[in-house]
Design a protein around this ligand. Structure first.
Ligand code: EPU
Length: 320
């Protein structure tokens, strides 16, 4: 069975809690139902695929069809189940809101682990013609919050229907300082996937808004990567600027630090606010914020960060 709704409110399909509407919403449970809908219905274009809706900002009503599979597995539930079995590799991804499908498309990550480290392959349906095929981890071309399915020419065309995971890690992934501290605090000999998972979840809860209480879309901006030359100029003015060298020679500077040092923690426009505990996140503080409020705050943050640091912030949240 599938259901096609026309001109409907889809606010509840996103985590930001901002008013969102679309011309058509297709909901289904089985792959066969999706195939039926593609064959039988005339669906308005363009297409937009929604997983957990945890990385979306609707700036206006969407004029096409939103595809939303009912009962999508949540990433955190998958993490919990692997951790419970004593399998390493998923512990650092614990607590990330959203479905496994959306997480794979955007290569969601935290604390040094990304979806690319745990996904073996994905099966997709081509929404243009109903064809089904498999993409390997390599085919997915995973990058920082990026995959082949996010390319402008493919976005909204290939819908993930299945994911195979490859738990290969033989121990905890310790590249992020926070994970090192967690392992030290529980002792290497007591460190189980479940024990690390619990600490990661507590750490997230101490910094990030609770999705059930405060609407947001997680990190609103990407962490900018600048050239060595640009970093030189930055560090002359701000010698304490935190920075992380990347494999390609570029240098990642935390957007949270830039926003913090620009004095914008807690800054608000209408109902939208910079989350005081992690300024990389914009929240729907009043529960009644509008997209215009968020866009005004986004503009203000970008302007002030550019003025102060000569660095352009790029949103990580997908604007519709
Ligand atoms: N910082 C400040 N002030 C603050 C908070 C942070 O200056 O109030 C600086 C500190 O220097 C800190 C640095 O920002 O060391 C980095 O902070 P943190 O490690 O908490 O994470 P992040 O780089 O801001 C990224 C991801 C998060 C992920 C965390 C943890 C992106 C866009 N965001 O944030 O992902 O949970 O690392 O690994 O890469 C998401 O994508 O939605 C998301 C929440």
């Amino acid at each position: 069975m599938y259901k096609l709704h026309r001109n409907c409110d889809i606010t509840h399909l996103t985590t930001f809690g901002l008013p969102a509407r679309c011309a058509a919403l297709l909901e289904w449970t089985d792959n066969g139902d999706l195939a039926d809908a593609l064959r039988l219905e005339r669906l308005p274009r363009p297409f937009l695929i929604i997983g957990g809706g945890s990385n979306l900002l609707f700036t206006r009503p969407f004029e096409g069809t939103v595809f939303h599979r009912l009962g999508q597995p949540e990433l955190d539930a998958v993490c919990e189940s692997y951790c419970r079995e004593g399998v390493w590799g998923f512990e650092n991804l614990s607590g990330i809101p959203g479905s496994i499908f959306g997480a794979a498309v955007q290569n969601a990550g935290a604390y040094g682990t990304e979806m690319k480290d745990v996904v073996s392959e994905v099966k997709v349906t081509d929404l243009e013609n109903g064809d089904r095929f498999t993409l390997s981890n390599r085919d997915m071309q995973f990058g920082y919050r990026h995959s082949a399915l996010k390319n402008p020419e493919t976005a909204g065309r290939y819908l993930i229907t299945d994911i195979t995971f490859r738990p290969e890690a033989s121990g905890p992934a310790i590249t992020h300082k926070a994970v090192r501290q967690i392992i030290e605090s529980i002792g290497a000999e007591n460190a189980t996937p479940m024990a690390v998972r619990e600490k990661i979840k507590a750490l997230r809860d101490s910094k990030l808004p609770q999705p059930a209480l405060t609407g947001s879309a997680g990190s609103f901006f990407r962490n900018p990567e600048i050239t060595a030359c640009e970093f030189e100029a930055l560090s002359q003015k701000f010698p304490d600027a935190p920075h992380f060298a990347q494999a390609d020679g570029r240098i990642k500077v935390p957007a949270a630090w830039l926003i913090d040092r620009a004095g914008l923690k807690g800054a608000a426009e209408g109902g939208a606010q910079v989350w005081p505990l992690q300024p990389l996140v914009i929240v729907n503080a009043t529960g009644s914020a509008t997209a215009a409020d968020v866009l005004a705050l986004e503009r203000r943050i970008c302007n002030e960060v550019t003025l102060k640091f000569n660095i352009n912030l790029i949103p990580e949240v997908q604007h519709i």
